[in-house]
Each structure stands twice: as C-alpha cells, then as structure tokens.
Design a protein around this ligand. Structure first.
Ligand SMILES: Nc1ncnc2c1ncn2[C@@H]1O[C@H](COP(=O)(O)OP(=O)(O)OP(=O)(O)O)[C@@H](O)[C@H]1O
Length: 364
C-alpha cells in the first residue's frame, strides 16, 4: 500500500485552456495516507472520474504530478502502477469458478499456490462467498458477479491502492447496504489503501474515514464524515451532505446589533461578536444551520426567534418541522417523540452549530 500525493494537479481535456471553467480539474495539492479509506464524493460532472483516472494512469494530467510513496508515477501507464481497480460493472471470467476468478490476480503475479488458497479463502469469507467458491461464475446473478469483482480487487496485498469507481451501482439496494458496511470491515481487517468514487453521500459517509467532496472540478472540503457534517467549510458541503441539507439563509450582519438580518428583519442570535465583526462588510453572507441542530418549539425559549411553523412531518424515527423565517423556509429535524404542532413557534440557533459564510466560505 502507498501514500498518494497529488502535487499541483490539474487537468483540462481541451488543448489550450484559458479560463478556470476550461479545467475539468482545478489545481489541487493533497496527500492521501497509506492505509486510508478515501471517498471521492460529488455530483455528476464534478471531476471524480477524471481524478480517479489520473491516479490509475488512464488519463495523463495536463498539469502537476502524482506520486506513490514519493516516487513520481505521472507518466507511467496503468499496468506499471501496481493498483487494483473495481468498476461499475462486473469484470470476471464467466468460464472460471468463483475460486479461480478470485485467484486470478494472484496467480498472474506468480504468488505461491498455498498463499493463493489462504488469501482467496480469507477474501471469500469476508465477502460471504465461501459457499460459492466451486461454482462456475457464468450461472451467477449480477450482484454475485459484482461481489466477485470486489473480491478480485481486494485479493492482492501488494498493490499501492485499490480504486473503486461506483462499484455498487448494479447491486440490489438491500445487498448494497450490507456491502457498504462490509467494505468498511474489510478495510479495517486487511489495512488496504482504498479510493472510492461515488455520488451517493450515504455510501461515502459509511465507507470512508476521509471524504473528499468535489464540485466544479475543485475539492471543496476533505475531512472525516463528522467534520463534513459538523463543520461544513463551504455552503456546498452544507447543502450536499445531510438529509435534508443545511438551512442556508442569505443574510447581512446588523449594524451595531448582536445578530443578523434576514430579509430585512433583524434576528438577535447569540453569535460570537468577533465572528460577526469579521463577517461584517464582506460580500454575500449566508447563515447556515443543519436541521439536526436547529431548535424548534411551540413555547418561548431563551434566545429563540419567533417563526411560523407551517408543517410537521412524522417520518417514523424523527420529525421534520418546516418554519417560515422572513421569506425563507427552514427545516428542523426533531426527535420522534417531540411535541410540536403547526402554528406560532420559536427557533433556537445554538451558537456552536450556527455558521456564517462569506462568498460561500466559512467565516471563523
Ligand atoms: N474524455 C473527455 N473529454 C472531454 N471532456 C470530458 C471527458 N471526460 C470528462 N469530461 C468532462 O470533464 C468534467 C468532469 O467529468 P468527470 O467524468 O470527471 O466527472 P464525474 O464527477 O466523474 O461525473 P460522473 O459521476 O457523471 O461520471 C465534465 O464536465 C465532463 O463533461
């Protein structure tokens, strides 16, 4: 397994890029640690596959360098990079048994047969394929075939990294849920460096210990799932991660007051005065709070602001209350047993979870 460094890496598919928009990948410098489980997450077209393909050697970047354990590999072809890849669709040999499919990457590298048997048994056990090892792959379902592809990706110990490109797309939703958790366990047990591309936040947040969230060819934030949830550094992180996403309200900092103005109305929120001062005068301010942290009640609370609760949805494990604040609606995610009704309400903004963004970036 290897440490992967991206040094001033950028890529434009067009020959003579001029504007930032001409780049599918805008300049980035990052280090991914040996043995880490990284998810590249973001909406369609944000540059995830471009980045993965640069790491695998399928795409040669127009700028910058890629290093594995300090050795430059930027211009090396895929086969010289010592990586394993798992794609969206199964890549297996139908005529071989499940065992021989799993053994293939090892036998190809002339790994001794006794070691092949041990490693195949270990990976098969982790993926719950032990009972199928003697079966021919041809008769198996698409789900099973993709499981074998995962196993083939995981079987070698000596690869620099294993790259997964949306590997659970064809998998049935129930099995998908199981495999997501399985991959986390496998990462823990086999100590592999994994890079996993997905547009599905649940997949990324369950699987990865570091999530690299991309938008428009840029990394907007890289960090633990908890950091992306609790400390979104960019409004896009707030919006993209979470269900529902962060409440985002265009605002201004009220002159001389301890609060913010939303739609011209001043709300006295208990925010840090220094932070308000740092935000004052900067362009395009946004107030952000996750539905999980926004307090919502029918009775007055200290420091709470008045709002109209227009809707309460009971979603089994939790309730979602929708309230109107100025001309905007906000959502609060409440406990399943929260006593909350539509009508006059009070919204509380805990200062540690209430964020201010200037031009989409966090103000600390
Ligand atoms: N071979 C190519 N030639 C020209 N432009 C490309 C090529 N491949 C990707 N692009 C463009 O680069 C940008 C990033 O695409 P990329 O496929 O890396 O995004 P993605 O996040 O992986 O999206 P998806 O999840 O839909 O695959 C997009 O604007 C896309 O149209």
């Amino acid at each position: 397994m290897a440490r992967i460094e991206l040094d001033e890496l950028a890529h434009a598919y067009m020959p003579d890029p001029q504007e930032p928009e001409d780049y599918a990948l805008k300049p980035m410098t990052m280090t991914w640690q040996d043995g880490g489980a990284y998810a590249l997450l973001g909406p369609s077209g944000c540059g995830k596959s471009t980045l993965l393909n640069i790491i695998s050697g399928l795409v040669r970047p127009s700028h910058g360098r890629v290093l594995f354990d300090g050795e430059e590999v930027t211009n090396l072809p895929t086969e010289a990079r010592n990586i394993a890849q798992v794609f969206q669709f199964p890549v297996i040999y139908d005529t071989m048994t499940v065992h021989d499919n799993l053994a293939f990457p090892l036998r190809n590298r002339r790994v001794p047969e006794s070691e092949v048997r041990t490693r195949v048994a270990q990976v098969a056990e982790l993926l719950e394929l032990t009972g199928d090892l003697k079966n021919r792959a041809s008769g198996l379902s698409a789900d099973m075939k993709q499981k074998i592809s995962l196993g083939r990706g995981l079987v070698r110990k000596d690869v620099a990294a294993i790259l997964f490109d949306e590997p659970l797309t064809v998998i049935d939703p129930h099995l998908k849920w199981q495999l997501r958790s399985k991959l986390k366990q496998i990462h823990y047990e086999l100590k592999l460096s994994l890079i996993y591309v997905t547009h599905d936040q649940v997949e990324a947040l369950t699987f990865a210990d570091q999530v690299v969230l991309m938008e428009g060819g840029e990394v907007v934030q890289a960090g633990t799932p908890q950091a992306l949830f609790e400390e979104p550094e960019h409004v896009f992180v707030g919006y993209f991660i979470g269900s529902p996403g962060m409440n985002l309200l265009p605002c201004a900092v009220a002159p001389g007051a301890q609060g913010v103005q939303v739609d011209g109305q001043t709300y006295e929120l208990p925010l840090n005065p220094d932070r308000l001062e740092r935000a004052r005068g900067r362009g395009n301010l946004t107030l952000g709070i996750r539905p999980e942290f926004l307090g919502c009640s029918n009775s007055p609370q200290p420091g709470a602001v008045q709002a109209d609760i227009t809707r309460v949805e009971d979603l089994g494990n939790y309730k979602i209350a929708t309230a109107v604040m100025g001309q905007h609606t906000v959502k609060a995610k409440l406990a399943e047993d929260a006593a909350i009704l539509t009508g006059p309400g009070y919204l509380s903004f805990p200062p540690e979870h209430t964020k201010l963004y200037a031009n989409s970036r966090i103000v600390r």
